[in-house]
Each structure stands twice: as structure tokens, then as C-alpha cells.
Design a protein around this ligand. Structure first.
Ligand code: LLP
Length: 420
């Protein structure tokens, strides 16, 4: 459930008329609903009310400081994958003891930053990384809490670009090497084995892959305990899918119920790293029609948002539901390609989409854009980064302003030798 709804044919985010924001901020922009964010976190957390757990919001999905602040103030921690993300979470007021650090390529500098910050756990993805972390921790006179991210070789049945738990994936330690990795972690002086971690993929729309992975992890927990390697937590990653189009992902309550049943008696704190399920349907990208263009074989709706603002359709062929911000009675339906101004054939937001006629200047809402939207934005074609707006009830704030042209060149330098 989310808080984007029509009132008198006008799309509202909570109690704010989206057209009103467009008039003040210009287009395109992202708009997030704080009530939806809060609700999604609450719903995700509910099934775990009776068990020891920690929710580390996967901030890669949406790292707006304002969005994170809201989630952190509701008790969430963070799953991070870079020093930049650590910096941002700290700026947003995360409790460092609720931060897990994932990723296959942590550098020594990043490890040092996280060790000095005092995070909850490093999710280590290879033996070389384990050795490197031990060396950094030794040098700093610290102990690094570690989970090994194992690769349970489970098919999450999702898009290949976002499957991470298969044998051929770059992520995690191979299942057959997991015990050896734990033995090594156990003997390294500056490493403290804290937990076990896996993340099998994203936009997963069935419970089975999660449970298959969990069953394999339970076998490993038993084996490690038998070897005298105690664990304190089990990190099940993120990945729960959302409804973009016709998918029917399990409700978080159902997902949670299965996990709670399957982990009963295990005596481990449960850690989760949800991203999309928290923010995906809490955000909409609003764009304005520039032209309604009739090609030889197709009709194009040229809008002012492009692949640099929302890359998911171009990159993964993702479907984002679209609706006019202002509904008009009696408009004919047309099959259109919704395209942006970027000079790439791949620059589309939708292909062959049936939409009511939209005229130049009218607004279009691209739904389910709260996750992996603004964060994957770029300035390709020298297009300034899209602003972000947060709504709470009847109030709203620009939480990231639109980049200016001066911002676009702020990092650049022209050497005198090239004529500067
Ligand atoms: N934990 C780890 C270690 C991850 O790599 C990810 C996502 C998550 C948690 C959060 O997964 P979620 O709950 O959001 O599914 N850009 C792609 C998605 C990439 C996901 C990367 N990892 C997209 O737009 O679909």
C-alpha cells in the first residue's frame, strides 16, 4: 500500500497535489511519501516482533539523507557497500552499531574507516578480503566482527543482472569453500566470527528461493557449531520483490512468517537488508511531456525525464507503471513509446505502452521509482541531476535541489596547455 492516490482526478502524494510541486520545482523530479516509507518499514518488521532482529536498510536503493533519516529514526540500521555510503549514513544519523558492510571490493581505506566508526559487522566476500581485513584491524589494534557471505547456489528466479547467489556470481564465498573460510576467520587474531550472511538477489517474487537458501545456511550453522565456531547472528540479506506490474511478490508478512518458522530454536539474531521493498513504491518520478511525436511506425511521447534520471527500463527492461498526473475524461488511448531527450536508442521509459492521450506540457507520473531511481541517476548529456522532494502529510520539502549548470562543471579544470 502507498500514499499516492487520485483526488478529483489529480494525483496526490499524501495531502499534496503533485501538480503543485511541479509548478514550484519544475520537472523532472522524484517525490517520496514519508507515510509510505514508515509503513513499509513497519510492515516488514512486524513478523519479527517476537524475535531478536535488526533491519539494516540497503541504502543503495535510495540514499537520500532525508529518507534515511526517517528510516533511522524509526530504528533501522543500514547495509552499506562503500565508504561514501558509510559517510552518508553517518550524516543521516545512523547508529553505527546497526551498520553492516557488504560488497566484494572493500579497500583497506574503507575497512579502516568502518573499523574506526565501530560498525556492527563486515560481510566478507572472499578469503583475500578476510586476510586484508585482519591486517587492517591488527594495525589499528582493533577486532573486526565478521560474517562470511556465502553463496548458497540458489536460483532466485529474477533478472540475471540482479541474481547474486548463483555459482557463477561474483558475490560471496563459494558454498564448497565456506567452512574453510570460517576456519581461517576463526584462527585470525584480529577477526571475530560474528555471523553468517547471504544475499541471493533482488526483486525476488517467491518465498521458496529464500527458504531454500535459509535451509542450506542452517546446515552450515550446525556444522560450524559442531566445529566450535559459535555464531551470533544470521544475515539473510535483502531481495524481497515489489509489485511493478503483474508480479505477485509475497507480502512481507508472509515472507516474515516463513522465516520466523524456519529459524525457530536456532538462537541467532536475524539481520535483514531490505532495500526495494521499503522505498520502491514510496517514490514516483514526475515528468512533463515535451512533444507528442508521430513517427513512421510508432507514436512517441517525448518527455523531459530520460535514462539518466531513471535507467531501469533501459538497463533491465524494467516495467514502471505510468499514469497522467491529471486525469481527463474522454481521452483516447494510444500505444506509445515514452522516450527521453537523451541521444541513445535505449533511452526509453516505456515501450508500446497504452496511455491516454497526453498533450505537450502535461505531467506524467512514473510509479515505483523510489528504489534504484535517483541513486542510479547520472548527468549524461550534461543533464543536471533530478531534484528529490519528500512529502509528509500536507507539507513537502526539496530534499535535494536540482543541479545547476555551474554544479555540472564544478569539478572540472582546463589545463592551460590545452588552451585554458
Ligand atoms: N544486500 C545486498 C548485499 C545487496 O547487494 C542488495 C542489492 C540488497 C541487500 C538490497 O536488495 P533489495 O532488497 O533492494 O532487493 N539496481 C537494481 C537492483 C540491484 C540490487 C543490488 N543489491 C534494480 O534497479 O533493480
Amino acid at each position: 500500500m502507498n500514499h499516492f492516490e487520485y483526488r478529483d482526478n489529480r494525483l496526490f502524494c499524501e495531502n499534496v497535489d503533485i501538480e503543485h510541486i511541479a509548478e514550484e520545482v519544475g520537472t523532472p523530479f522524484y517525490v517520496y511519501s514519508s507515510a509510505t516509507l514508515e509503513r513499509h518499514l513497519k510492515v516488514f518488521r512486524e513478523p519479527f516482533a517476537q524475535v531478536d532482529h535488526l533491519i539494516c536498510y540497503a541504502m543503495k536503493a535510495n540514499s537520500s539523507l532525508a529518507v534515511m533519516k526517517l528510516l533511522f529514526s524509526q530504528g533501522a540500521g543500514a547495509d552499506i557497500v562503500s565508504a561514501g555510503e558509510l559517510f552518508k549514513t553517518l550524516k543521516a544519523g545512523v547508529d553505527p552499531r546497526k551498520v553492516v558492510f557488504s560488497g566484494v571490493g572493500k579497500t583497506a581505506e574503507e575497512m579502516e574507516y568502518a573499523l574506526k566508526t565501530g560498525i556492527f559487522c563486515f560481510n566478507v566476500e572472499s578469503l583475500p578480503e578476510l586476510e586484508a581485513l585482519n591486517a587492517v584491524a591488527l594495525r589499528l589494534g582493533k577486532t573486526a566482527p565478521v560474517s562470511i557471505r556465502v553463496n548458497p547456489d540458489v536460483d532466485p528466479k529474477t533478472h540475471p543482472y540482479i541474481s547474486t547467489g548463483l555459482k557463477e556470481s561474483k558475490f560471496g564465498v563459494a558454498w564448497k569453500d565456506a567452512v574453510t573460510a570460517y576456519q581461517r576467520a576463526h584462527e585470525l587474531e584480529a577477526i571475530e566470527v560474528a555471523g553468517l550472511d547471504c544475499h541471493i538477489g533482488s526483486q525476488i517474487t517467491q518465498v521458496e528461493p529464500f527458504i531454500d537458501a535459509l535451509r542450506k545456511l542452517k546446515e552450515l550453522v550446525a556444522k560450524l557449531r559442531g566445529m566450535g565456531i559459535p555464531l551470533h547472528h544470521l544475515d539473510l540479506g535483502g531481495g524481497l520483490g515489489i509489485n511493478y506490474n503483474q508480479e505477485a511478490p509475497p507480502h512481507p508478512a508472509e515472507y516474515g512468517r516463513h522465516i520466523v518458522e524456519e529459524t525457530r530454536g536456532l538462537d541467532l539474531k536475524l539481520v535483514f537488508e531490505p532495500g526495494r521493498v521499503i522505498v520502491g513504491n514510496a517514490g514516483v518520478l514526475v515528468t512533463r511531456v515535451i512533444y507528442d511525436k508521430l513517427g513512421e511506425t510508432k507514436r512517441f511521447l517525448v518527455v523531459d525525464a530520460a535514462m539518466n534520471d531513471l535507467i531501469r527500463p533501459a538497463f533491465y527492461g524494467s516495467h514502471h507503471r505510468m499514469t497522467p498526473v491529471h486525469l481527463h475524461d474522454g481521452r483516447t488511448l494510444h500505444k506509445v513509446d515514452v522516450v527521453g531527450p537523451v541521444c541513445e536508442t535505449g533511452d526509453f521509459l516505456a515501450r508500446d505502452r497504452e496511455l491516454p492521450e497526453l498533450r505537450a506540457g502535461e505531467l506524467l507520473a512514473v510509479h515505483s521509482a523510489g528504489a534504484y531511481g535517483a541513486v542510479m541517476g547520472s548527468t549524461y548529456n550534461a543533464r543536471p541531476l533530478t531534484p528529490e522532494v519528500l512529502v509528509k502529510g500536507g507539507e513537502w520539502w526539496v530534499t535535494r535541489r536540482r543541479q545547476t549548470f555551474d554544479d555540472l562543471i564544478a569539478l572540472e579544470f582546463i589545463p592551460r596547455e590545452t588552451g585554458g
